[in-house]
Design a protein around this ligand. Structure first.
Ligand code: SF4
Ligand code: SF4
Length: 257
């Protein structure tokens, strides 16, 4: 059984992957202008309703969204006094199970992998299958541990699935798309769920043992609510994963087809 999630809205309401949400920078006017450009493209894609997200016109427009999103983050971060530690060659946080990926971006990534790394697909799929088995094992253990109303109550506001995700991070299973140097091999087209997490503290503090400490200063740098709703609509327009939004489990399925 693959990992299923219960989310409709794609952006996490609570931080995932063991990160803590911090009060972040104010969004400057230039960044808001960029967001309006993103919204216009998303609306256009929804109106066009291409039969497949692998349509060249969809892929090109979405590529522009990713480029604008990088500009948006740059503008927001430029207005912030602290320096971001994240970079293309930093993959400590790539040991987690990224949730809230969009169906169309996973299909685009799978398509790129099929074209550019056909010989690696077997290895990537096998690693993803291992990750899925690991997550399912953790989920069973968490379900057993919190199967009574009393135990559930002891969790308070904590979602049991957050316990699953945070436990997965402790297993330190690197994303199969990390290259030998520990960099994301698909950095240019990596999903938004990977892009929104930024850190103002040294990468070492993103390790599972230190990420929850006070020293780690991380932030979810995402777009505003209106954009997220448009992304959601686009996600459902091209959803072929039965409601799953786990990046690794979706990619496993996409590479099997
Ligand atoms: S969140 Fe941490 S581990 Fe991930 S890229 Fe940024 S500094 Fe590196
Ligand atoms: S897709 Fe890239 S950025 Fe995202 S977890 Fe995998 S290696 Fe890291």
């Amino acid at each position: 059984m693959t990992a299923k999630t219960r989310r409709i809205a794609k952006r996490p309401s609570t931080p995932k992957r063991g990160f803590s949400r911090r009060r972040g920078p104010v969004v400057p006017a230039r960044a808001r202008r960029i967001e309006r450009e993103i919204v216009a493209i998303l609306k256009r894609l929804l109106a066009e309703a291409y039969p497949s997200c692998l349509d060249k016109r969809f892929a090109a427009a979405y590529g522009e969204v990713l480029r604008l999103f990088a500009d948006y983050q740059r503008e927001v971060l430029a207005a912030y006094p602290h320096r971001v530690a994240c970079g293309a060659s930093c993959g400590v946080c790539c040991n987690h199970w990224p949730e809230d990926a969009y169906s169309f971006e996973v299909q685009l990534i799978a398509d790129a992998l099929r074209r550019t790394r056909p010989r690696d697909l077997g290895i990537i799929r096998a690693a993803l299958a291992g990750d899925i088995a690991c997550l399912d094992g953790i989920r069973r253990a968490v379900d057993e541990k919190f199967d009574s109303p009393v135990q559930r109550e002891a969790l308070g506001d904590i979602d049991p699935y957050d316990v699953v995700l945070s436990s997965f991070y402790q297993f330190q299973r690197p994303c199969p798309l990390l290259d030998k140097k520990g960099s994301c091999a698909i950095y240019r087209i990596r999903p938004l769920t990977c892009r929104v997490y930024v850190s103002f503290s040294p990468p070492e503090l993103c390790n599972p043992g230190t990420i929850l400490g006070d020293e780690a200063r991380t932030y979810l740098l995402d777009l505003e609510r209106d954009s997220s709703e448009l992304f959601d609509k686009l996600h459902f327009m091209y959803d072929v994963f039965d409601g799953d939004t786990g990046f690794r489990s979706m990619l496993h399925r996409a590479l099997e087809e």
